[in-house]
Design a protein around this ligand. Structure first.
Ligand SMILES: Nc1ncnc2c1ncn2[C@@H]1O[C@H](COP(=O)(O)OP(=O)(O)OP(=O)(O)O)[C@@H](O)[C@H]1O
Ligand SMILES: [Mg+2]
Length: 388
């Protein structure tokens, strides 16, 4: 007989989800009825949280949840992915409406025009708009709809994607509210706070006036629960100590996957229980250093001007103006020679090509990897061009 594959450990955060659901529905102390923007670094559990915890909480409150990950297919335009997700929701809802109608003895014709809504044309120039489609979803669902857009900042890398974001804002306003709150609830996540901020900061950005919140990282309660879960499955004498696991988890930037890998390595090593703690501490420290060594190598391989640009982005964040006189002066200082705007432009292009710098379709910039920003800020005291 084949053994059942082990259930993975998933830590739930229902209280956090309740708070966000309250804010989205406008029933708590904090108002996010115009949109909830959640940022947290890569691999820290954003998708898991919004899909499972927040999704379940919203569904439990009668909200229809539509989820779309803009990184699901990097080749496709984000606007097309959003239209797909809404189309998928309509198909599912139509199916259940038709089934319910049949059960009630109605014929398909008796359902009226909304069954024949042209799904394939959603978002097409002459087709139904996103507002039309989302209105159809709320009508069929009989309640509010939450659209969860994972890695929402990615929408801003194409014109169509940016347009889709404006269309969603228009839909949110056009669909209006009932006495129980808005009909369209918007949740957007991003692994990069600065990039997500490009949706809300300026007047010409789709959700101007919105606020980006940091999704709290998994904490001590996660690491304790995970330790207990693991220990229940490990032989006596080969068990983890909660303080050690927590220390490792923080050293690993609170990334569950990295922790799992390190604990696995330790638990499956030949050494017994006493050596386990040592292996754990060493492994986590070494791993953290390995991540940072990569940045060391990458940064060291750049020209002084390229380094100067990265540092400037890290320092000024959302306020980064690539060719302002202050920026050019800052580059020149590190570069040891004057820098023209066209030289800076060329260097930025190299950095984009190396996936170090992200640029929106509207010409805003950010570091591609937030961890690189932390590393850079920790090292701003370094002399320029030390690879020379
Ligand atoms: N609550 C949790 N309990 C257990 N494991 C978790 C939890 N949250 C995340 N993980 C694990 O951590 C890893 C990253 O999770 P997830 O994909 O949700 O993070 P993310 O922040 O969305 O990552 P990305 O930046 O790649 O989008 C996955 O392997 C996932 O199984
Ligand atoms: Mg994710």
């Amino acid at each position: 007989m084949e053994a059942a594959s082990p259930q993975p450990f998933v830590f739930r955060r229902p209280a956090l989800a309740r708070g966000y659901a309250d804010a989205l529905l406008g029933v708590g102390p904090f108002d996010r009825t115009s949109g909830l923007f959640l940022a947290a670094p890569r691999r820290t559990g954003k998708t898991t949280f919004v899909k499972n915890d927040l999704g379940d909480e919203l569904r439990a409150r009668g909200v229809e949840v539509v989820y779309v990950d803009l990184w699901a297919d990097r080749q496709r335009d984000p606007a097309a992915l959003i239209a797909d997700a809404i189309r998928g929701a309509l198909r599912t809802l139509d199916g259940s409406v038709v089934r319910a109608a049949r059960r009630a003895g109605l014929t398909k014709a008796g359902l009226g025009s909304w069954v024949s809504f042209d799904l394939d044309q959603i978002g097409a120039p002459d087709g139904p708009t996103l507002t039309d489609a989302l209105r159809a979803v709320t009508e069929r669902a009989g309640g509010p709809v939450a659209l969860i857009i994972d890695e929402a900042q990615h929408a801003l890398t194409t014109e169509a994607g940016a347009d889709a974001m404006f269309a969603l804002k228009a839909a949110r306003d056009a669909l209006g509210a009932t006495d129980k709150g808005r009909r369209l609830l918007l949740v957007m996540t991003g692994s990069h706070r600065d990039k997500l901020a490009h949706l809300v900061l300026r007047r010409d950005q789709p959700f101007f006036g919105g606020e980006v919140s940091d999704l709290p990282r998994l904490g001590r309660d996660f690491s304790d629960a995970y330790t207990a879960w693991l220990n229940a499955r490990l032989a006596e004498g080969n068990r983890f100590e909660p303080n050690g696991v927590w220390a490792a988890f923080t050293a690993l930037g609170q990334r569950p996957e990295l922790l799992r890998r390190e604990l696995e390595r330790a638990a499956l090593s030949e050494a017994g229980a006493p050596a386990l703690q040592v292996a754990l501490a060493d492994g986590a420290r070494a791993l953290r250093e390995r991540i940072w060594e990569e940045f060391d190598g990458e940064f060291g391989g750049l020209s002084p001007l390229q380094q100067a640009i990265l540092l400037r982005i890290a320092e000024t964040a959302e306020g980064f103006a690539p060719f302002s006189s202050a920026s050019l002066a800052a580059y020149a200082e590190r570069n040891g020679a004057p820098v023209s705007a066209s030289e800076a432009q060329a260097a930025i292009e190299v950095l984009r090509g190396r996936n170090l710098v992200w640029k929106s379709a509207r010409g805003s910039y950010a570091l591609e990897d937030q961890e690189l920003g932390e590393w850079l800020r920790a090292r701003t005291a370094l002399p320029p061009g030390r690879n020379q």
